[in-house]
Design a protein around this ligand. Sequence first.
Ligand code: ZN
Length: 412
Amino acid sequence: MGSQRGHSTEQLRRHNLSAILGHLHVTGPSSRSDLAALTGLNRSTIADLVGELAALGLVDEEGVAPGSGPGRPSALVRVRPHAAVVLAVELAVDSVAVATIGLGGFLYNRVRVDRPRGRFSPDETVEDVVKLAQPLLAALPDTDALVGVGVGVVGVTRRSDGFVHLAPNLGWRDVPLGEAIAKALDVEVPVSVANEADLGALGEHVRGAGSGVSHLIFVSGEVGIGTGLIVGGTPLLGATGYAGEAGHMLVNPAGTVCRCGAVGCWETEAGEGALLRHAGVPDPATGSAGVDAVMARAQGGDRAAIDAIDTVGHWLGVGIGDLINLFNPEQIVLGGMFHRLFPLIEARLKDGMESRALSAARRLVSVTRAGLGVDAPLVGAAELALSAVVAAPASVGVPIDTRRHGREERGR
Ligand SMILES: [Zn+2]
């Protein structure tokens, strides 16, 4: 910690509080000696920091760590989920989901409702979210524990104020979504809005198939193809948060014209539209039900359906190969439609990938399905909202009995 000399001790203490809470939040209960080994801090400093987190109501200590060795048995320090709870919201094309999730990833409740594919206005969508969220919030053991709302949306979003620039698959442009949700829910907590695939990557990185993996790419297929990048353990967002729109990189110059105006984009060759088009599905608006129907036909031996799935698998692999060359990831995690298709496309995907990726980087990569399945972006939305608590425990973990905003002020 010598390098930290010169910074204020207060800054250092805040950093250490955050590191300890972050570790407990992600990996679960730990003994004080584990925390000392992890942080390099001595036991008395750990005792002080754990004491402070406990005074803030964010952790408690209970039980005895197994195999804690000779000497004094060590109590386990663990987060108190209800000390900080967030509402996670996912606005996908085919469904809306909400969940209440506490510190440590504790799931209180989750609801997902399918909705017919169509152009739902922002107002209608926000109304749906409020209807789904209200019973979940009312069921929390302490409604004052709500510290934030995290929202994932299939679109280009500005995180700083939750503004959605463009969500073509929802038919939205320039929607102040964060503001609208805060107002409709009547909450005074921060509302964070982010791209769904970025949150899928975050969810898988913290609690899914990519847990503990520092370099991963989440590739999700719904109508388009969304990608989220974790590089060196940190989300790669770009200068203004719009990085990772790999769905519009060129994979096939002889391909189809994309909604974006370009030809042969990854999503026109490997997305849902390509699958349905190649399989000869007459109504491309059938969405995920259409994908399921093509999968069933393929499993029944239907040649056109098998060829369609092979073609999509090939182009998916080609695009992944390019991403491997660019980012040298350890793991590719497949979500959305690709999660369902994976057993049917695995071989073609790998062939396509190998046709593009340079061998040194390719050998390192594993391709897996999302560990959280369809909920990866929802879990990521919760992690985004909880990250403020972990970053600054002292500012959020106000002792429960002195919290400023009473229930009655919220008008519930
Ligand atoms: Zn495009």
